[in-house]
Design a protein around this ligand. Structure first.
Ligand code: NAD
Length: 322
């Protein structure tokens, strides 16, 4: 069995590759893995050091149709993690997001269709639905993205749906809440706050701190993706919900507690433009396929903070990297 993981050098893709290659997904035991990654600022081969030498690397772009025509054929499963993923960057420079998240996804889908790949998974986000004050979204909720990042992800998702409906491409879509865990680029809130505090710097808290996110350990996200890779139906969407719904104030308090720091480390900054207030997914469908979160937030966040404490050599060179 051959698995192609696009964006496999990023935070979540590398977790999927490390887990797969260390026997974490029994249905894919013994599979060979190709990682195709553009190695943008967010792509980092150090994320794959634990499985160094056990995968094939293609340094390339999912927008490159000629490259994909050479690489994709022969793979049994393609899982697409490749994306521009940081909302703040999408506000300052949206074109890279449209290019990779929409055009790149479509180029990859076409290559999968041309190569008759039997299973494709498009990894996506709860942010495509916009913002919800109460309750949770089911998979058929309307897409109402509010940032250039989420609009571009929604575009990629709609392309995946179109390839499933129009061509019968066996592509399924996953949508997940906010991930946390080791090897996350230190621009995202959890590693940013932890590493700033470890460096004796302040952390920037947006607006009133009341924005609510549903936190998912990266290992649970990847297990959800794996269930969809094994059982997902063409054109279907599957949610992966978190285990802790927290406001940014509550999250900040948890991180300060873990690091024995206090609110003197927190700097209140002007809110993000168009900042979504709350996300919440209903993942009844995936739980009906055997999914259950395996990492509680208390144990997960403690282990995650400890990982950054122990792995300064990993994050130090990335601080301030563009
Ligand atoms: P990341 O930014 O850490 O990694 C993205 C990876 O994609 C990097 O390795 C980068 O080099 C690669 N990449 C970017 N453009 C590329 C291109 N044109 N061709 C090939 N590779 C390219 O992102 P992440 O947090 O690991 O997210 C992975 C996926 O999961 C994304 O699709 C994201 O939308 C989705 N997602 C993320 C979260 C989260 O909380 N981080 C939550 C839900 C869904």
């Amino acid at each position: 069995m051959r698995i192609l993981v696009t964006g496999g050098a990023g935070f979540i893709g590398s977790h999927y590759v490390r887990t797969l290659l260390t026997g974490g997904y029994s249905a894919f035991a013994g599979a060979s893995v190709t990682v195709l990654d553009l190695l943008t600022y967010a792509g980092n081969l150090a994320n794959l050091e634990p499985v160094e030498g056990r995968y094939d690397l293609v340094h390339g772009d999912i927008c490159d149709a000629e490259l994909l025509a050479r690489v994709v054929p022969g793979h049994d499963v393609v899982v697409n993690f490749a994306a521009e993923s940081h909302v703040d960057r999408s506000i300052d420079g949206p074109s890279a997001f449209v290019r990779t998240n929409v055009l790149g996804t479509q180029t990859l889908l076409q290559a999968c269709l041309d190569a008759a790949v039997p299973k494709v998974v498009q990894v996506s986000t709860d942010e495509v639905y916009g913002s919800i004050d109460e309750g949770s979204w089911a998979e058929d909720a309307p897409l109402r993205p509010r940032s250039p990042y989420s609009a571009a992800k929604a575009g990629g998702d709609l392309m995946a749906r179109a390839y499933a409906v129009t061509h019968g491409l066996p592509v399924s879509i996953t949508r997940c809440g906010n991930n946390y865990g080791p090897y996350q680029f230190p621009e995202k809130v959890v590693p940013l706050f932890v590493t700033n505090i470890l460096e004796g710097r302040t952390v920037p808290l947006y607006g009133d701190g009341g924005n609510v996110r549903d936190w998912v350990h990266v290992d649970d996200h990847c297990r959800g993706i794996q269930i969809v890779a094994e059982q997902g139906e063409p054109g279907e969407v599957y949610h992966i919900a978190g285990t802790a719904e927290l406001s940014n104030l509550e999250l900040t308090q948890r991180l300060l507690d873990e690091l024995d720091a206090d609110w003197s480390s927190v700097e209140r900054v002007t809110d993000r433009k168009g900042h979504d207030r709350r996300y919440s997914l209903d993942d009844t469908k995936l739980r009906g396929m055997g999914y259950a979160a395996g990492t509680g937030f208390d144990e997960g966040i403690a282990a995650t903070v400890q990982w950054y404490v122990d792995n300064e050599a990993w994050w130090k060179p990335l601080k301030g990297a563009r």
